[in-house]
Design a protein around this ligand. Structure first.
Ligand SMILES: [Fe+2]
Ligand SMILES: [Fe+2]
Length: 272
């Protein structure tokens, strides 16, 4: 009988509030979805910049298998020793290889099931790092030799770049989810080859903000056109994620659904 692996992915944690939100809601969603594998993006936890050993431990204590990150992880010097020492904390694979850490890992569950995780970053409106398409093509045969279930966190700004990569790899990977923009998109779907996709999973953290940053700081940056210190916001916290079901034999996705909890207000009444 075909068996199904249930994977939960949580979008970018922002600030201490984001970590608190994860602690509050993750157990409920793991229970609800009966998740076998949990992956959390932690690129923005310490004032928007990366994470340290302490935050990583707190996230792993909740049962998380892998933490992915992104471009902001490099802005926190304390993240680098963590990337160098903990193989369960990933940075995008297509950065120059002399940077600490790795962007690939194999999760081995207690019952022997394996899931490969590949972390990539886009190049449109971002650093001109190695090509994510070629990096994926180069690494997939090695990952496929380990398991049919392959998951990609594609950390990128441009919608087209994320969607193009997912379609380019359709049928070769179980799922590709986008991170980095902090706004959940309404396009969760499965492509014809069996690859689940969403352009962006969205943010876990304070929504009384501009993408997790204090609104007054965002105003200063945009109106004054000069740098102003990033400060994470605190209030109106929500968790954003996707639940994906994967056929263990074929590695094809069977189902994807996105969630945000609590949902955003859709009427003025809800704000009163
Ligand atoms: Fe982020
Ligand atoms: Fe990012």
């Amino acid at each position: 009988m075909a068996r199904t692996l249930r994977l939960l992915f949580i979008g970018d944690l922002v600030g201490a509030a984001g970590l608190r939100t994860l602690k509050k809601f993750l157990p409920m969603f793991c229970e609800h979805y009966q998740s076998d594998v949990v992956i959390v993006n932690g690129e923005n936890i310490v004032n928007g910049k990366g994470l340290t050993q302490k935050e990583a431990e707190a996230i792993f204590e909740l049962g998380t298998n892998i933490i992915t990150t992104g471009n902001h992880v490099w802005e926190n010097w304390k993240s680098r020793p963590l990337l160098a020492s903990n193989r369960r904390v990933l940075r995008p694979q297509n950065y120059p290889g002399k940077n600490p850490g790795s962007g690939q890992a194999i999760i081995e569950l207690a019952d022997g099931r394996k899931v490969a995780v590949l972390h990539l970053q886009g190049r449109v409106f971002m650093q001109p790092i190695d090509c994510p398409f070629q990096t994926a093509e180069r690494l997939l045969p090695r990952l496929k030799a380990e398991t049919s279930m392959i998951f990609i966190d594609m950390h990128a700004e441009a919608t087209a770049e994320k969607m193009a990569l997912a379609r380019y790899l359709d049928g070769q990977i179980s799922a590709l989810v986008g991170t980095h923009t902090h706004v959940q998109t309404a396009d969760a779907r499965i492509f014809p080859g069996g690859t689940a996709y969403i352009t962006d999973v969205g943010m876990t953290g304070p929504y009384d903000s501009v993408l997790g940053m204090r609104t007054e700081v965002a105003f200063k940056r945009f109106t004054l056109q000069t740098p102003h210190k990033y400060e994470s916001a605190e209030h109106d916290c929500r968790i954003s994620g996707v639940h994906i079901e994967i056929d263990e034999q074929s590695g094809q996705a069977l189902h994807i659904e996105n969630f945000m909890h609590p949902p955003l207000p859709r009427s003025a009444d809800e704000l009163r």
